[in-house]
Design a protein around this ligand. Structure first.
Ligand SMILES: [Fe+2]
Length: 607
């Protein structure tokens, strides 16, 4: 008789809520709630994402054996979906009317006094009417306890499982397991040093652990590395949205001249330093927004971005160097939101002390469900932990129903403005790119994590600088200083990208130097100022349609890559269903998208 497979649903119910399904140790699907609810970084109980994972795996809710929750505690403000809901203006108000009087004048202020009419965006599912809105620090102990109980009971009731089948896993342990078990190097039976860092989870900002033959040993954890929250506050000080637009500060950094960066660099250096494995914060830095606001007000925006990025790279490479020195382990894997910073990752990859580096896709809190599921398997001593395979691709979001493709074709905007060519070939798309046109590409299973990897992308000829202007102005309303990225045929990677240590280059999670040919062929898909690239290696077996299009483009032009950017409109998540291309992107009066290739059908704007 066949044994029933062991089914684990993983969830993250804080900001960037998400779910995953692991069956007998095999990761089958992972989806972010933002794609379902169409709200970036959406938090709360990820009901839509759970249902989607069950659908993809063909599993009924009643068949689930265990639930792994990717944090022991979620603060009440996060249960209220505060991250996506508060605007930049709200965050300034919060600083001036809540944090500064609280931290500098010891005033007793409540969050609900600042936002008396607060309503969270989207559907949270938890019965919030039973929990007062506030930061944990201004709520009663009994309210915080009740919120935790409500969260636990809701999850147990939803899955109809007894509480002993629901595991609440430490946040940073989940980050560490995700990176280690997704890492292709772990099969070499070598020790791996796993470092995690983020803006805080379960009271911890950073951790260091060693995995050897699957055995986990946490050697350090702390809440002293405040770099991620500092980066978020600088994002806000520069007028952008924290927890979302940090990458724009990073993208701005290379434009800064040395003399502009010098002053801000010193400000950051005085605020935070690394000491062995720990960090030391300047005690004057009570409120980071005010601390840096006061000290940076005479410096230019680009110098602030450049100074911060230089400082961040120096700080983290020193930390990694200290960890390698202490442990003697030079195979590194990293995870946690701080490492969304591809330039920090580049700096780590180039350290002489580092032999190998793995940076998984979706390494913010959206991957906590996956890591938590692996921790659960370890905790219950289940042998299927041995079945966990390295993550070869990030296409974990399920294929599209043909009915959903037809829904796009029947959409009034498509019927009125677009011609439809069925059975379109890779050559047809390549020809359009060669002519200098841009093409939306919707094909195969949806990507997991923030990067579009050719399944929900907009693509163009990477050698034409006018592609940048065309996409920025005609399609995306993107920020003018932000670079695009190249998707490169696997066999052409070394022609364009300098990657001597064979660092993971499949997920756009690390930046690299470009070769001379890369600077020419990928001129529009690398950073225009420092000429580095955040590439995606495209392999035929993993992504046949995308590979086929790039191969056809190579045959026509000699260039083995395309420019790739995500298929979404600014401020919205990447599309999940084809019809969202019409509803969210084409319906916008400022958008002129000439070509859409959707599951083998080419839609072209009528002349
Ligand atoms: Fe985290």
């Amino acid at each position: 008789m066949n044994k029933k497979p062991l089914i684990i649903i993983g969830i993250n119910d804080s900001h960037d809520a998400s779910a995953s399904i692991v069956i007998d140790g095999k990761l089958i699907a992972a989806v972010s709630e933002e794609r379902l609810q169409r709200i970036k970084s959406m938090g709360g109980f990820p009901k839509g994402a759970i249902e989607e994972c069950l659908r993809i795996a063909g599993v009924k809710k009643e068949e689930v054996d265990y639930v792994a929750v990717g944090s022991k505690h979620v603060s009440v403000d996060n249960l209220y979906n505060i991250v996506p809901t508060l605007t930049i203006k709200d965050l300034y108000k919060l600083e001036e009317e809540y944090w500064q009087p609280t931290l500098y004048q010891n005033k007793k202020i409540k969050l609900k006094d600042i936002f008396p009419n607060y309503k969270p965006k989207g559907t949270i599912y938890y019965p919030l009417q039973k929990i007062p809105f506030g930061f944990n620090r201004d709520l009663k102990e009994s309210d915080i306890k009740r919120a935790a109980e409500i969260r636990k009971n809701y999850i147990a009731e939803y899955f109809a499982l007894p509480s002993e089948k629901i595991f609440f896993i430490d946040h940073h342990t989940a980050h560490a397991y995700y990176s280690y078990y997704s890492n292709p190097f772990r099969n070499q039976n070598k020790k791996t040093l796993v470092l995690t860092s983020d803006a805080g989870g379960d009271g911890i900002y950073e951790s260091i652990s060693i995995f050897e033959n699957g055995k986990y040993n946490e050697i350090y954890k702390g809440h002293s590395n405040t770099l991620a929250p500092i980066y978020s506050y600088i994002t806000l000080l520069l007028g952008m949205k924290p927890n979302e637009h940090e990458y724009k500060v990073m993208g701005l950094a290379p434009y800064a001249k040395a003399h502009e960066k010098k002053g801000p660099y010193e400000v950051f250096q005085n605020a935070l330093e690394v000491d062995g494995l720990q960090f030391k914060n300047n005690p004057e830095m009570k409120d980071r927004f005010k601390y840096f606001g006061d000290r940076l007000k005479f410096y230019r925006f680009d110098g602030i971005a450049g100074g911060l990025q230089d400082f961040a790279e120096k700080l983290i490479t020193t930390w990694v160097k200290n960890a390698v020195k202490k442990t003697g382990i030079d195979n590194i894997a990293i995870s946690g939101g701080l490492f969304l910073n591809i330039k920090i990752n580049k700096a780590i990859s180039e350290m002489s002390e580092v032999k190998s580096l793995f940076v998984p896709p979706g390494l913010g809190d959206e991957s906590l469900p996956i890591g938590a599921s692996y921790v659960l398997l370890d905790q219950i001593k289940n042998t299927s932990l041995e079945n966990v395979k390295p993550l070869k691709n990030a296409y974990l979001g399920g294929e599209t129903d043909p009915k959903d493709v037809e829904a796009l074709i029947k959409h009034p905007i498509i019927k009125k403005y677009y011609s439809v060519k069925r059975n379109a070939t890779a050559n047809d798309v390549a020809k359009l790119l060669k002519k200098g046109e841009i093409c939306a590409l919707f094909s195969g299973a949806m990507e997991f994590g923030p990067r579009a990897l050719g399944h929900r992308s907009i693509i163009a000829d990477p050698s034409r600088r006018e592609s940048v202007i065309k996409i920025n102005e005609a399609i995306k309303m993107r920020d003018f200083w932000m670079p695009f990225t190249p998707s490169v045929l696997s066999e052409r990677m070394s022609d364009y990208i300098v990657n001597k240590k064979r660092i993971s280059d499949s997920f756009m999670t690390v930046s690299f130097e470009s070769t001379d040919l890369g600077k020419k062929d990928l001129a529009a898909a690398i950073h225009p100022y420092d000429l580095t690239a955040r590439p995606q290696r495209v392999e035929k077996e993993i992504s046949p349609v995308y590979y086929g299009i790039i191969k056809a483009f190579e045959k026509q032009t000699g260039i083995g890559a395309v420019l790739n950017t995500s298929l979404n409109i600014h401020g919205k998540p990447i599309v999940r269903k084809p019809v969202e291309i019409a509803d969210e992107i084409l319906s916008n009066a400022d958008v002129r998208l000439d070509n859409i290739y959707v599951e083998g059908i080419l839609l072209s704007k009528k002349q």
